[in-house]
Design a binder for this molecule. Sequence first.
Ligand code: DC
Length: 226
Amino acid sequence: MTAPLIVAPAGAPLIVAIDGPAAAGKGTLARRLAARLGLPYLDTGLLYRAVGRLVLDRAADPQDPAAAEAAALALAPADLDRPDLRTPEAAMAASAVAAVPAVRAALLAFQRSFGQARGAVLDGRDIGTVVFPQARVKLFVTASPAARARRRWLELQAAGSTVPLAQVEAETRQRDAQDAARATAPMKPAPDAVLLDTTALDADQAFAAALAHLDTRLGEIPAPAP
Ligand code: DC
């Protein structure tokens, strides 16, 4: 039995919340769903990565709440276009600044206004629990730690990195543990989220499973906006 739906106000734009641990396939899935639904897509992890990068630029400690908050308040749109946001270093810095409540508060309004304008697909850790608890569709996408680490390692290799698989797996586990254990907006499935385990699924199969869920949840899959 699926959990009861928290109904958004009639006429509210469609929000699809995709949460889950690192490298579970959220980004690929969210991007494809957004294209299928004709909705904007926001990778909220990129916001935390950009804040983490700014802290590192300033030679400060991402775990220092004052440094992390100052970076979040200084964030500018161009910071999201930096080419160095996908590195393991940026990921670890992102996870550290993401534990600072003032950082999360500083990024919340942007995420909400992005989605409220005309609906959106957003992926992250707290979209279904905190950013859009009233989202009509919530997926918690996961996979075994080994499968996730391997996917991230293959991505990094394709980008020219030589970081060993064992290091990627250790960092992925550490990041997940931090993201799930923090006091503010920890990573966890919303009570009404549907779990999608992609360990044995390729990207097409995960997309098909997500579409089937959307169909059940919404009664039909909306046509993309013209
Ligand atoms: O999705 P990602 O791997 O790019 O996210 C990087 C880090 O940012 C992640 O380890 C935790 C943090 N994050 C978060 O706390 N909340 C979000 N909604 C998205 C990311």
